[in-house]
Write a protein that binds this ligand. Sequence first.
Ligand code: GDP
Length: 551
Amino acid sequence: MTITKAQQYLTNFRNIGIAAHIDAGKTTTTERILFFTGRNRNIGEVHDGAATMDWMEQERERGITITAAATTANWTRSGTNEEYVVNIIDTPGHVDFTIEVERSMRVLDGAVAVFDSSQGVEPQSETVWRQADRYGVPRIAFSNKMDKTGASFDLVVNDIRERLGAIPAPVQYPMGQENEFKGIIDIIRMQAHTFTNDLGTEITVSDVPEQYMDKVREMRAALIEAAAEVDEDLMMMYLEGEEPTAEQLVAAIRKGTIEKKIFPVLCGSSLKNKGVQLLLDAVIDYLPSPLEVPAIKGTLEDSEETREFPADPEGKLAALAFKIMADPYVGRLTFVRIYSGTLTSGSYVYNASKEKRERVGRLLKMHANSREEVTELRAGELGAVIGLKDAGTGNTLIGDGDDRVLLESIDIPEPVIKLAIEPKTKADQEKMGIGLQKLAEEDPTFKVETDQESGQTTIAGMGELHLEILVDRLKREYKVEANVGAPQVAYRETITRAVDVEGKFVRQSGGRGQFGHVKIKAEPLEAGTGFVFENAVVGGTVPREYIAPAQ
Ligand code: GDP
């Protein structure tokens, strides 16, 4: 591929997500990355509320990350003067927020999958991995918490092979594990990195200690073999018994990683500030720039014809709105990824999803703890737009007057659970209406309905935690006091039979159906007691505890 002068800056861009299930250490790792990239000077513990990415109050309290903000950081590759821009797209770890995962996967080019090395690959890490598979995201794996009791790098490497069915390419080996964890061996360059202060800012680089030599030599041979499998040049050298240089080895692993054939594995302890700089170097070394991922495709209006938008600031504008957020200072923020072309402040764009012309106000790049106003966002960049009134999650923005094209959109799943919500006072009623509307605008999986007859308002979302958080936000941000009813399952696919209060068979369905207000016998859920549902779809008002778990 030839790269034009205008595209040159893109070779130094990495748009990445930190993908992990809850508790693997995503927040800590992200926060350390922001610390080491220099934008965030206050290193803070997640649970004392100082973490930078988890800036929403309740996220801190709950220790989970919900918002998919994009943060811009700068990194100089260790041992070089090469400056890189690393955009970190926040991906949620909780399964309730699949839409958040989906939209973040859509706008990133590569990911760091974080594992808790004392647990190996857990069922939830598998879910996150499969999601990344679905979106074809190249990954490097980070075996975090090497300092923790029970930590084992080999466990993570083996689990990647056996539980995830992926080919791990360990490029590091830990020196010591659990409370003996002292440093990291770079298998490619055969160097030992020892961390000598608590902040992890002082690193001594030395030869590999004798005690690790045999193990590391064996691992290096295996690594060369794995890399040769994905790179012909290396294979030729391998067959002729020639030893590759570090650069040749890195280039081959990079190629295999971008093709998703192999997955480099690194280790460290984010909490103890060990290994984070090396992880950033690996992001640069192995994950693709926007020029190395397939160009996004769009479909021309009223036809089947598709068009590709390669990452080029001089191309036609193609951008995706991937997150709407209400900001207390500037109002509505629309987070966008620019795939092609350049978005300029003060210009007009065409929202092809809403079929509306919209004016772009100001443009922001978000840093860990500052915002930078810019006049343009170029291909490959991510940022926030102030002033778009209609753009929603998944909307395509193109140049005003260009051929009308729709980018592949984001699938928005139906809510799975709902509950009734009732304002405590008349004053609350009005605020609740406004608050719910704003929250629903931000979050397309959050639905609000009001029953015409009873006036009862119900809210629906992706899980109990999802709704709990939204009710909490209603209280904090919109000062609404409200009572909520018990969660009810709104939609489920694993139910076949329903019996009413008298034990009468109500309905059997293989397809989609709506039960409406079925009264259910309040019997304990035991296999074989004839409870009530298997294998169909129920809608509406069936309390969750009455529904048999999927078999
Ligand atoms: P997240 O849910 O994936 O964002 O995980 P957090 O970053 O909130 O971390 C979950 C817990 O693991 C917190 O109590 C962290 O302090 C702890 N933790 C994170 N990284 C490490 C690590 O490297 N070593 C140890 N021992 N604990 C860690």
